[in-house]
Design a protein around this ligand. Structure first.
Ligand code: ADP
Length: 766
């Protein structure tokens, strides 16, 4: 910024404008004496007026009193003289008084409105002069009854009274000696003061005339004294403007709209200098239509801004516009109290003239260093300057980039930018500004800002915004991608919601189906339990009676075949009862109705008993049955259930072990549990079949390949019973080599919540 400021200060566009305050300060040195005189004149005039008026008023008052006294004295004298004269001419009859009065009146006695009245003792008027005045018959009627004059006569002197007709008058009465007659003299005050009034009017007229003359003299002084001051200021301003080339002095009377220009101002515009003030309308004609100087001045006056600093354009005598920079001061203390704009106008073009090559070069350097493309056109649409960035952006050859090239030629030589977008910005103070983005030939983007200069030219600055544009584009693309992703996400969310709804529907259906299946299973188990119970009763009878027949308890059967049949009936019945018992047990377990009768038992003991049961079958087929491990394994369990488990497992081992095979029963305690492993060397079970076992009614061999008897419930019941105790049952087998079935039983039957024991107990409670 510092660099920029200093460059501006010394550069081509810099205009050294003298501060008007300095000029004023110089002028003010000459002003005090004339200013005091100017201010004294009206004060002296007013003092003179007041004194003269007071003197005149006093003089007129005194004159009035003197005039009145004189009139009274004269009236008294005339009355006395008339009375004495009338004594000499006392007539014999009353009719002769008129004549006697005429003869007795001194000279001028009836002038100035004086009237003489002669009255008898009753007041009846006998004579009057002038004859036409006071036509009443009686003196008292004229003078009024209240006055002392007719009674006191000469002693009353001259009195000022109001007559009966309202007239203000001076009156005196005299007794005519040696008669009973009286002579009265009446003079209206208006008549007595007539002369005085004429004098007073003349005096007042003279005073007014003198005042007017003085006022005129003072006005002339008022006007002439500031003219002298202005003359001094104008002389100084003239000298200054002569000393500063390219400057002109303005004195603008804002109240009257008159503008005084110094001769240099006229010269700079190539106009004929004039000493007369220029009316504003003439100035307005020379102003550029876009530069509203009057509005600016009005604003300064309105907002009370005293400093004026404006640039505007004036028409040169040759027709072109020139830029003028006017700096000045709005004052009321210059000349008279009217507002003045006193200022110095500097012609900007004067400084840009080719006379300052250094400044031009500096400006060119500054323009060259900026990173933007810069171009300046003058008001004739000719190139003033452009930088290399501008040339580069527009592919402009060097010979076209010279100052003075016309706009059309430059544009024709430049590569035309592809204008994509224009952002119009409203002009400020009537100066057009526009901003737009354009793409040039090589694909780069420019942000161009164009602005009209004050002298009617054009300046344009272009900034390379390619990177910004590219990132904008990338941003737009990624925004597009984001939008697509959001759409996809929305779609998949909708699908997920649909799937969720389907799953909910399926879960509901599954729940329903499960309930239905459980109901069906429960119904099946109950049915099996009932039917087994129903079957067992007649079967017991079949078994019992066949045994009785077999043993021929009631005598021989006769034919040996009956004996054989009875044995078969017994064996089949026993087997059937076994199967039914298995079905019944399984049904009970599935229905959750199998209860455990838990007591402390010795597992080894139970195994020993179970081995005794299968021992005969094993011996018949030369199978070695051995027990290994601890002698005593005490746990809390259901004896009958344990025996059923071990009998099932041992009988399976015997059943599926080849002749002369081995069956080993291992008993041990592992981590507080009793472990019983029954290992045979039988036919074994395929891996795929092991998973199927332990499910009710599942047999590895099918109906047709089956070589052994069995319901397929043995393992399932054994496992269910082990689990009822809280234990577990595992089968390990290898086809052709043998099978090991391992039971793990806790030392105390544990009824875990989800174990069959717990289920069985809760079912029992129900
Ligand atoms: P079953 O009463 O039919 O024997 P089980 O549940 O006890 O029913 O046995 C089911 C099937 O498991 C048998 O039919 C047999 O195929 C197989 N199996 C059980 N124990 C053994 C074993 N120790 N060796 C070989 N196969 C066996």
């Amino acid at each position: 910024m510092t660099r920029a400021r200093s460059a501006r200060g010394e550069g081509v566009l810099s205009i050294a404008v003298p501060r008007w305050q300095d000029l004023r300060a110089t002028l003010d040195v000459h002003l005090p004496s004339t200013e005091v005189l100017r201010r004294l004149v009206p004060i002296l005039l007013i003092i003179f007026g007041v004194v003269a008026f007071a003197g005149l008023a006093s003089q007129i008052g005194n004159d009035k009193d003197a005039a009145l006294t004189s009139a009274q004295r004269e009236l008294s004298l005339i009355a006395s003289v008339t009375a004495l004269t009338l004594k000499e001419y006392t007539p014999k009859s009353s009719k002769s008084w008129q004549k006697a009065l005429a003869n007795s009146l001194p000279k001028r006695a009836t002038r100035d409105g004086r009237t003489a009245l002669v009255a008898d003792a009753e007041g009846n008027i006998q004579a009057r002069a002038p004859i036409n005045n006071f036509q009443q018959d009686n003196l008292l009627t004229i003078l009024g009854p209240q006055q002392p004059l007719t009674i006191m006569g000469e002693d009353a002197g001259v009195l000022q009274i109001f007559l009966s007709d309202g007239t203000d008058a001076i009156v005196t009465v005299r007794n005519i000696p040696q008669t009973d007659m009286q002579v009265a003299f009446v003079q209206p005050i208006s008549e007595a003061l007539r002369e005085w009034r004429g004098d007073a009017i003349i005096e007042i007229t003279l005073l007014v005339c003198a005042g007017l003359v003085l006022a005129l003299i003072a006005g002339g002084l008022w006007y002439l004294v500031p003219s002298a001051a202005r003359e001094g200021a104008d002389t100084l301003a003239r000298e200054l403007s002569e000393a500063l080339p390219g400057c002109g002095v303005w004195r603008w009377n804002l109240a009257r709209g008159h503008v005084h220009w110094s001769a240099s101002m006229y010269r700079l515009l190539n106009l004929e200098p004039s000493a007369d003030a220029m009316p504003f309308r003439d100035l307005a004609k020379a102003l550029h239509p876009d530069d509203d100087l009057r509005a600016e001045l009005d604003r300064h006056m309105r907002e009370r801004i005293s400093t004026f600093d404006q640039c505007f354009r004036l028409r040169h005598a040759e027709g072109h516009w020139v830029s003028v920079h006017l700096r000045g001061h709005i004052t009321r203390s210059y000349g008279d109290s009217e507002p003045y704009l006193i200022g110095m106008a500097v012609f900007a073009d004067q400084d840009i003239a080719p006379g300052s090559p250094d400044a031009n070069a500096r400006l060119r350097d500054a323009v060259e260093t900026i990173s933007e493309a810069f171009v300046l056109w003058d008001n004739q649409n000719r190139l003033v300057m452009c930088n290399s960035k501008y040339q580069q952006f527009h592919g402009l050859p060097d010979d076209m980039a010279r100052p003075g090239s016309s706009y059309d030629d430059v544009i024709a030589a430049a590569s035309e930018p592809i204008v994509s977008k224009r952002i119009a910005v409203a002009g400020k103070n009537g100066i057009d500004t526009r901003t737009y983005e354009a793409q040039i030939e090589d694909g780069r983007w420019l942000h161009i800002n164009e602005r009209r200069t004050r002298d009617g030219g054009y300046v344009s600055v272009g900034t390379d915004i390619t990177i910004l544009k590219e990132s904008q584009q990338r941003l737009g693309e990624s925004e597009h991608q984001h939008r697509d992703t959001i759409t996809e996400l929305r779609t998949s969310r909708r699908e997920l919601e649909q799937q969720k709804q389907q799953l909910v529907d399926l879960a509901e259906k599954y729940g329903l189906e499960k309930n239905r299946a459980e109901d069906a299973n429960r119904a099946k188990s109950e049915f099996l339990a009932n039917i087994s119970h129903e079957l067992r009763t007649p079967l017991n009878a079949v078994i019992g009676f066949s045994e009785v027949m077999q043993q021929a308890l009631f005598g021989p059967l006769g034919h040996p075949k009956y004996q054989e049949y009875a044995r078969d009936i017994y064996a089949s019945g026993a087997y059937l009862l076994e199967v039914i018992n298995d079905i019944l047990d399984m049904s009970k377990i599935e229905a959750g109705r199998m209860g455990l009768d838990v007591s402390r038992v010795d597992v080894a003991d139970i195994i020993e008993d179970s081995m005794k049961v299968v021992n005969q079958a094993a011996n018949e087929r030369d199978i070695t049955l051995k027990r290994h491990g601890q002698e005593r394994l005490s746990i809390e369990a259901d004896r009958r259930a344990l025996k059923q488990i071990f009998l099932n497992l041992l009988s399976n081992a015997v059943k599926f072990t080849r002749d002369s095979g081995n069956i080993d029963v291992h008993m041990s305690r592992v981590r507080g549990q009793v472990k019983i492993a029954i290992k045979d060397t039988g036919i074994g079970i395929a891996d795929t079949d092991i998973a199927k076992l332990c499910k009710p009614f599942e047999q590895v061999e099918n109906q047709f390949s089956k070589s052994h008897q069995g319901s397929g419930l043995g393992l399932a019941i054994s496992r269910a019973l082990v689990e009822l105790h809280g234990g577990s049952l595992k089968i390990k087998s290898r086809e052709g080599q043998g099978t090991t079935v391992t039971c793990l039983l806790p030392s105390r039957a544990v009824a875990a919540d989800d174990t069959p024991v717990a289920k069985a107990r809760s079912a029992e409670n129900v």
